[in-house]
Design a protein around this ligand. Structure first.
Ligand code: PTJ
Length: 250
C-alpha cells in the first residue's frame, strides 16, 4: 500500500504494513497483530515518545546486560518483524546470545524467524536444537528452551511477552528485562527491569546505552543496575499517563 509522505500517522501505518507482511511470510501469527494493537493504544497514552522513566529503565537494562555472565535475547515473531537489526546489534555490543522462543511455536516459524535474524547478521541463533530443555511450571510452547541459552541464562531480555513465562523465568532465579508498553501487564509487574516504551524506539536506545556504559567499571555498572526500582518506575509511568490525560487541551 502506498502511504502518503505527509500522512500524520505515517510511522504507525508503516509498522502495521511491516507486521502484515511478516504475517504473510509466516514470521508472526495473527494474534501478534492483536498484541500490537493493544500496544498502540498504550503508546497513544504515553505520547508516542520515550519518556524519562523509560530512559532510566534503558540505562538500568544496559547495566544489567553488561554485568551479566550469560545474557540471552529471547526473540518472538513480533520482535523479529519489528527490530531484527537491533536484536543483532544488541547481541554484539552486549555479548548476548540470541534464542527464538515462541508462544505459538511451530518448527516452520522458528526457522523463518532464525532466517530473518541470520539475514540481519546474526552468527548464531539458538532454539532450533532437537534436545530443548523444559522450563518447570510452564505449560505453553514457550516452556521449550535451549540448554545453552535461556535455560542457563542469568539475564533474559524479551519483548511483547506473556506473563506466565516472565513469572516462570523469575521463579528460576533469572533477571528479566522486558519491553512492554502496558505498565499493568503481568510481564511488566514481574520483570526486574521493565522498559515501558515501544520496542521500535527503545531497542536502538538500548543499543546506544550499552555502547555508552561499556566504558564504566563493574562496580559502577552494578550500582546502576541494583539501584533501579522497577515497581517505583512503573508507578512513575502510570502517574505520567494520568497527568498527561488530565492536562490534554483540545
Ligand atoms: O510470536 P509468538 O508466537 O511468541 O507470539 C507473540 C505474541 C505477541 C502474540 C504473544 O506473546 C502475546 O500474545 O503477547 P501478549 O500477551 O498480547 O502481550 C503483548 C504485550 O506487548 C502487551 O502488553 C502489549 O501492550 C505489548 N506491546 C505490543 N506492541 C508493543 C508492545 N510493547 C512494546 N512495543 C511494542 N511495539
Amino acid at each position: 500500500m502506498l502511504i502518503p509522505e505527509n500522512h500524520p500517522r505515517r510511522n504507525s501505518l508503516i509498522l502495521r504494513e511491516k507486521l502484515v507482511e511478516a504475517m504473510r511470510k509466516g514470521v508472526i501469527v495473527p494474534e501478534g497483530l492483536i498484541a500490537h494493537g493493544r500496544g498502540e493504544c498504550f503508546d497513544y497514552l504515553l505520547g508516542e515518545r520515550t519518556q524519562p522513566f523509560a530512559q532510566k529503565a534503558i540505562e538500568a537494562a544496559a547495566a544489567l546486560l553488561l554485568t551479566a555472565s550469560r545474557p540471552v535475547i529471547s526473540v518472538n515473531g513480533n520482535m523479529a518483524a519489528l527490530v531484527p537489526k537491533e536484536v543483532v546489534e544488541l547481541s554484539e555490543v552486549s555479548k548476548s546470545k540470541i534464542e527464538v522462543n515462541l508462544f505459538y511455536r511451530t518448527e516452520d516459524r522458528v526457522r523463518a524467524i532464525a532466517e530473518v535474524l541470520i539475514q540481519h547478521g546474526a552468527r548464531e541463533v539458538l532454539g532450533l536444537e532437537k534436545d530443548l530443555q523444559t522450563i518447570p511450571e510452564l505449560f505453553s510452547e514457550r516452556r521449550r528452551v535451549s540448554k545453552e541459552g535461556i535455560y542457563s541464562a542469568d539475564v533474559v531480555l524479551l519483548g511483547l511477552e506473556d506473563g506466565d513465562r516472565t513469572e516462570a523465568l523469575v521463579n528460576m532465579g533469572k533477571k528479566v528485562i522486558s519491553f512492554d508498553l502496558n505498565p499493568l501487564s503481568r510481564t511488566s509487574l514481574a520483570s526486574t527491569v521493565t522498559i515501558v516504551d515501544n520496542i521500535t524506539r527503545g531497542m536502538p536506545k538500548l543499543v546506544e546505552a550499552v555502547r555508552l556504559l561499556k566504558g564504566l567499571d563493574v562496580t559502577e555498572l552494578k550500582r546502576i543496575a541494583e539501584s533501579f526500582d522497577n515497581k517505583s518506575n512503573l508507578r512513575e509511568s502510570l502517574k505520567f499517563i494520568s497527568e498527561r490525560l488530565l492536562s490534554l487541551q483540545f
